[in-house]
Design a protein around this ligand. Structure first.
Ligand code: GLN
Length: 195
């Protein structure tokens, strides 16, 4: 089994490490590879799009041919997970910030995202969520986006206050927070179980 972590920018190493740990705990044999180049995602069983800066990540994945490989992998039913900026890039619709910066989205999740949805006062915080299928989960939010609405076929996995912060559309998962910045491997285990 091979899991690719798109490594153009953002919390790449953290995702690689926690995915390895989750694999080990599940007793799965495989490798986790960070990549900045085309050719790796297409040969992988799953892909993770980390958090960072959505405009930059989008620009680089489209420039380097990684975007098309993610689309193909998803179309093939293989799992894709985007966290924070990764959620933004996976979405079909963005807010005015996304439009103003002409950030090209992948459109794999039929949702509308809002960048920096929690405002300046709450740039970064932790919150306990009730995550569908997992239970109580302590999530780390950093300049996080939120999902404003979801289309049919998109399942809401978690909310924080009145905002949607985790969604799933078949094999595609989007999280507004950073599961790679905790010691808790449950979300990565859930992701690996979709392979
Ligand atoms: N605010 C960032 C963006 O809109 C996302 C932040 C993150 O990934 N931690 O791209």
């Amino acid at each position: 089994m091979r899991v690719a972590v798109v490594g153009v920018q953002g919390d790449v190493e953290e995702h690689v490490e926690i995915t390895r740990k989750a694999m080990e705990r599940l007793g799965l044999d495989g490798e986790v590879v960070a990549t900045r180049k085309s050719g790796v995602v297409s040969g992988s069983d799953a892909v993770i799009l980390p958090g960072g800066e959505s405009t930059t990540i989008s620009k680089l994945i489209w420039r380097d041919g990684i975007a098309e490989e993610i689309l193909e992998l998803a179309r093939d039913g293989r799992p894709v997970m985007g966290t924070c900026a990764g959620l933004i890039v996976l979405a079909k619709h963005g807010d005015e910030q996304v439009e103003k910066t002409r950030t090209k989205l992948l459109g794999l999740l039929d949702v509308k995202v809002k960048r920096n949805a929690f405002g300046r006062q709450r740039e970064s915080f932790e919150a306990e969520l009730d995550f569908k299928g997992i239970g109580r989960y302590n999530a780390v939010f950093i300049r996080a986006p939120a999902v404003e609405w979801v289309g049919e076929g998109v399942e809401v996995l978690a909310r924080f206050e009145d905002k949607i912060v985790a969604v799933r559309q078949k094999n595609v998962i989007g999280l507004a927070f950073h599961p790679e910045l905790t010691e808790d491997t449950r979300i990565h285990k859930f992701f690996l179980s979709l392979i």
